[in-house]
Design a protein around this ligand. Structure first.
Ligand SMILES: *[C@@H]1O[C@H](CO)[C@@H](O)[C@H](O)[C@H]1NC(C)=O
Ligand SMILES: *[C@@H]1O[C@H](CO)[C@@H](O)[C@H](O)[C@H]1NC(C)=O
Ligand SMILES: *[C@@H]1O[C@H](CO)[C@@H](O)[C@H](O)[C@H]1NC(C)=O
Length: 347
């Protein structure tokens, strides 16, 4: 027999009825994807947990469902986040905060969400990151900080990101990176540092990651690459060095890149390159199958390029921007396409 506490009576029903009606009302509205406490957001519930999507909202949504696994608060011009914004959603896996105006992040923001896998902060106004932001982010795999105002990178910024595979820092104002910046990012496979103000790369920058596949360094102010810069990355497939100010590339620069599919050196200040620089590129495994670009460099077409001509001869079917790869000197060959000089050489 049920105890009196559990036995229904007319009085119980009276107190229960409003709650039942409320629950019903909630069910009906959530069937339309809207829950009253988050009326500015779209809430979709599934067996895995809730997905909450908020666009153009005046404030950070609260309270969030305890089972939120995916949260987007985007295009909302938010300038700050409450320090305990994520306190209730311990199961959060993806957090998308792009296109706001966040200037800084609370240091403890991510402490409650230890299973977070994706964090997207594209197009905000971040100038820096608090030192222990990622202390609890051992599960984070994708971190996008593209299009912010990050400068003065600190070695502590990325501490704790033991599982990170994809790091996007493009379109910031980074002038330099501290030594050891990437040291704990063992599993990093994509690194985008494009369109910053980098003039040099610190010695040993790529010593931490051991399986980098895509590296973007385009649109910086790099003049030279230190010895052994890419040495630790035998699995690199794609390398963007275009739109820099490289004047010189030493002969060991690419020696270890046997898996390379694509190299972009266009729009630099290269007039010559050492013999055999390209000889081992992508060899024997990949053979630069996705092509290479040497255009918009002031090539001086003399004997020093003989090795490059020979290599181009064998690989011209993979060459991009052939028409924009021209000699800047000597005078007699000025304006000629490198490929035509290659043909002259072979006569
Ligand atoms: C955010 O700011 C932009 C630019 O000022 C404006 O066009 C947009 O309407 C704003 N959005 C919201 C949700 O306030
Ligand atoms: C070369 O790079 C500079 C600096 O990034 C850029 O402003 C310019 O438009 C580029 N030129 C070409 C031809 O791509
Ligand atoms: C190659 O470049 C020259 C000079 O810049 C230009 O006149 C010509 O149209 C280009 N040809 C092609 C096929 O793009």
């Amino acid at each position: 027999m049920a105890s009196p506490r559990h036995r229904g009576s007319p009085q119980d029903l009276n107190t229960c009825l409003p709650r039942i009606l409320l629950l019903l009302a909630l069910l009906v509205t959530s069937a339309h994807g809207i829950v009253s406490s988050l009326e500015e957001c779209l809430v979709l519930r599934s067996a895995e947990g809730s997905t909450v999507s908020c666009y153009s909202v005046p404030r950070f949504p609260s309270p969030l469902p305890d089972d939120t696994v995916h949260l987007s608060v985007e295009f909302s011009n938010l300038t700050e986040l409450p320090p305990r914004a994520l306190q209730t959603c311990k199961r959060l896996r993806e957090l998308h905060l792009s296109s706001n105006r966040l200037r800084e992040l609370p240091q403890q923001l991510l402490a409650p969400v230890r299973g977070l896998q994706v964090l997207d902060l594209t197009h905000n106004e971040l100038r820096g990151l608090p030192p222990e932001l990622f202390h609890y982010s051992a599960a984070l795999r994708t971190l996008v900080l593209r299009d912010n105002q990050l400068q003065d990178a600190r070695v502590t910024w990325l501490w704790g990101l033991r599982s990170l595979e994809h790091l996007d820092l493009a379109k910031n104002r980074l002038r330099a990176l501290p030594r050891g910046f990437l040291i704990s990012l063992t599993y990093l496979s994509t690194l985008d540092l494009g369109h910053n103000l980098l003039e040099t790369l610190p010695h040993g920058l790529l010593l931490g990651p051991s399986r980098l596949q895509r590296l973007h360094l385009e649109g910086n102010r790099l003049r030279r690459l230190g010895l052994g810069t890419f040495g630790p990355q035998p699995f690199l497939r794609v390398l963007f060095l275009n739109d820099n100010q490289l004047t010189e590339v030493v002969d060991s620069t690419f020696w270890n890149l046997r898996e390379l599919d694509m190299l972009d050196l266009s729009n630099n200040s290269l007039s010559s390159i050492p013999p055999r620089l390209f000889a081992s590129l992508g060899r024997p495994a990949r053979d630069m199958q996705d092509g290479f670009d040497l255009s918009h460099n002031p090539w001086v077409c003399n004997e020093d390029l003989r090795d490059l001509y020979r290599w181009l001869q064998d690989n011209k079917h993979k060459m991009f921007s052939k028409n924009d790869t021209r000699c800047a000197g000597p005078e007699a060959l000025k304006g000629r396409r490198l490929l035509d000089v290659v043909d002259l050489e072979s006569l």
